[in-house]
Design a protein around this ligand. Sequence first.
Ligand code: DGJ
Length: 548
Amino acid sequence: MRCRYLAPCFLGILLITFIAPVHAQNADAPRLEKRGETTQLIVDGKPYLILGAEVHNSSSSSLDYLQAEWPRLAAMGLNTVLTPVSWELIEPTEGKFDFTLVDGLLAAAHQQHLHLVLLWLASWKNGMSSYPPVWVKQDTKRFPRVVEDGRPVNILSTFGAETLAADERAFAALMRHLREVDGHERTVLMMQVENEVGVLGSARDHSDVANRAFAGPVPGQLLRYLDEHRAMLNPDLHALWNEHGTKTSGTWTEVFGDTPRTAEIFMAWQYAKFVQTVAAKGKEAYELPMYVNAWLGGEDVVPGDYPSGGPQPRVMDVWKAAGFAIDIYAPDLYSPDLYGWAHRYHRPDNPLFLPETRGGEAGAANVFYILGEHAAIGFSPFGIDNWATPATGEMAEKEKGGADALRVSYNAIASIEPMLLEAQSKGTVHGFVLDKQRSSVTFVMQGYDVEVSLDEIFGNHAENGFGMILETGPDAFLGIGKGFRVKFTPRDSGAKHVGIGTIQEGRFEKGNWIAGRGLNGDENDQGEYWRFDPHELRLEKVTLYHFD
Ligand code: DGJ
């Protein structure tokens, strides 16, 4: 009798001993959480802002190369570095994984108190397939290519079942390794799955299998999703679907029309199924937030000029219909139309994250708009290790200027991080970036129209301005930035007039406000405006008063 129960008991003890620690180490893994009006990244149980930057594509292939960079990166005010981990380097021989580079990255980042976001450069990078290991690249039978104009090109086809199996196996091995070596430290915050996927050179794959699928019906899973989410679909996708009769069954061209837009939707579905599957396999091994990034299209280009099928705003719902493993669709936002793209990607079901964007002076300004106006979870200029490396002559000055500007912005934002995160979740912060084309913006806070415009005093005009305004209490606000001025006007025309009571400049040290000058006279245009100097980034507190 006793013997009959011994085996299950022993098994139970084994399970408790070996499985419990795995769960314990994952309990506090970085995760995304809806907090108030927005979704935030939670790290070590607290909301976290990624003040990041991405290194160049090849930098993390050599620990020696990066060794000199780490202290410089840390000195630049970053809290997170985005860095590639490529399939070719972790699985150079099929089935044999080598995580030496990954371990070296983790150790170096940890030493500098930096977090990492790892970019899984695998089947696709910038649409092409340069990062799979050579054993994949050379076996075009097992790992078929996209066909364009009757010829295979340097892009793995989404229809390759063995490609998917090999990619997801390698990604799961990486995630398993991360759970084992980093599950406690939690240096790695998120994973980017692939990089800027999509077909380049044509709007779709023209291999036989792809042609057959394109001639076949639109999967019910996709059409059901569109039907059930009509109210929140991307307006362009919704309009296209409506134009063709809002059908809930039919072939791709019957449902969406016979244009390159349909080919793009078709490819989006194929890439989404593939990438969602890879991400889901990775999450089974270690559940970290995962995102995909997009090489942005636009009005003047057609799918294939940019990777067709990548997560453009107008096919984001197609990606969502294909699975749940991808948490964020993220723009690589280099376009001057920062406002337009940020609006398209920031949706109630898609928090904004900029994994790649412009750095330098532009990045140092744009970060305020992205974090303040769009409650973004993070910001990350591309190619950071170039600016951090001392160059010579004029270039050195330019790079240093850019790096310095980002450092100043990041340090100032870091000093108010908990307050900003709280304001993001309550919807009590606005952000802006101003120039001659967009010299003012107006938003509503506490019943006031808050007009923010480029700074101006005695005929001197600032050419650029940026910043954020946070509510700190009734008639009390904190401003951060430079080159702008602010006017508060009650929205209720019957309300009393409003005036500037006090302005105090200062800074935060470990969360405590260290007051500087009280600003008045020329510094607030004789009580007319709350002003922010165009020469230096400032933190200022203002209180308002009312009069008849
Ligand atoms: C976008 C890509 O995602 C990056 O890896 C890099 O190639 C940059 N473009 C270069 O600007």
